[in-house]
Design a protein around this ligand. Structure first.
Ligand code: ADP
Ligand code: ZN
Length: 302
């Protein structure tokens, strides 16, 4: 069975074709431009490839409620042309196959749960720390949707007392909340605070202690709230691998022994991990969404 997959990011679209075992056989990527043009390229990509279902993990916010008249739409993004765009309907008009549809981070969590670092566990969280911060939630064998969908990247964080820029407390950059997690710890927040891109800062720069402080808080909150069996940290900023031990230490200090689990006290190196699927987590997750839509994915039980 050949399944199509789309990882729709705010800056780039990745389209691919894969099989039931999660192997990506082919992929292509192009910039996320104006919606009509971008969808045209995606349709062109799948034309003639014989896919029997297509899964999509999209940047958002998106409408995930099948009973809603705007199911499959991008809802309120500031990205020009995309707010209110009927993403799913546009593809449905081109291909008469079942479609899977979810957020980009939920897709990545699903991919990791099926074939990656959280395989067989029944629960995991996928954090992306990049241009934005997003948290995908896979719990009790299902992706969490709820009222809209989780927006953990904007959770409120406690500010670090020494977090200053230009002699003032750093106010954060989220246009909605200022100093939420994304406002304090996304790639652009690092760049705004230090006036250099994160990739240009040395490994021992004070930026990374602050970054670990904020991401560590968010992961701590997530552990307390959802008790996931694995936490996967991906995205461009997490290419700074020195962050992993720093974040693990923050979490252990925050929890202070309260959550009684060997995964935290003794094996945290295996609990807080990079994506098992590397940069393909999102695309593999979209593939898994397609397989599920085709009725070919067994639901995992915890
Ligand atoms: P996106 O979130 O747009 O899908 P990425 O996950 O690659 O893409 O995140 C891009 C952000 O990550 C940018 O703000 C960039 O500065 C930052 N970034 C990318 N690589 C690194 C790195 N090696 N170290 C620190 N920050 C990085
Ligand atoms: Zn915010």
């Amino acid at each position: 069975m050949r399944i199509g997959a789309i990882e729709a990011g705010g800056t780039k679209f990745v389209c691919g074709v894969g099989d039931e075992a999660g192997n990506i056989e082919d992929k292509a990527s192009f910039p996320t431009g104006h919606p009509e043009k971008t969808m045209e390229r995606a349709i062109q990509y799948f034309n003639g490839k014989g896919v029997e279902a297509i899964g999509i993990g999209s940047f958002g916010p998106v409408d995930l409620d099948p009973a809603s008249p705007t199911y499959g739409y991008i809802t309120t993004t500031p990205k020009p042309g995309w707010a209110g765009f009927p993403f799913l309907d546009t593809l449905r008009q081109a291909f008469d196959v079942p479609f899977g549809w979810d957020t980009d981070v939920n897709a990545a969590a699903f991919g990791e749960a099926m074939w990656g670092a959280a395989k067989g566990l029944g629960s995991c969280l996928y954090f992306t720390v990049g241009t934005g911060i997003g948290i995908g939630v896979y719990t009790e064998g299902n992706l969490a949707h709820g009222l809209v969908h989780p927006e953990g990247g904007h959770m409120l964080t406690r500010r670090h007392v020494e977090d200053h820029a230009d002699g003032q407390p750093f106010p954060g950059i989220c246009p909605y909340h200022g100093d939420c997690l994304e406002g304090m710890a996304s790639g652009p927040a690092i760049e705004k605070r230090w006036k250099r891109k994160g990739s240009e800062l040395p490994n021992d720069h004070p930026a990374w202690a602050l970054e670990a402080y904020y991401v560590g808080q968010a992961v701590t909150n997530a552990i307390l709230m959802l008790s996931p069996k694995k936490i996967i940290l991906g995205g461009g900023v997490m290419h700074q691998t020195q962050l992993f031990p720093m974040i693990r230490t923050e979490i252990q200090n925050n929890l202070n022994g309260y959550v009684s689990a060997k995964a935290i006290s003794a094996r945290i190196d295996e609990y807080i991990v990079p994506p098992g699927l590397g940069d393909d987590a999102g695309l593999c997750g979209a593939l898994a969404l397609g397989l599920k839509a085709a009725g070919r994915m067994q639901q995992q039980k915890p």
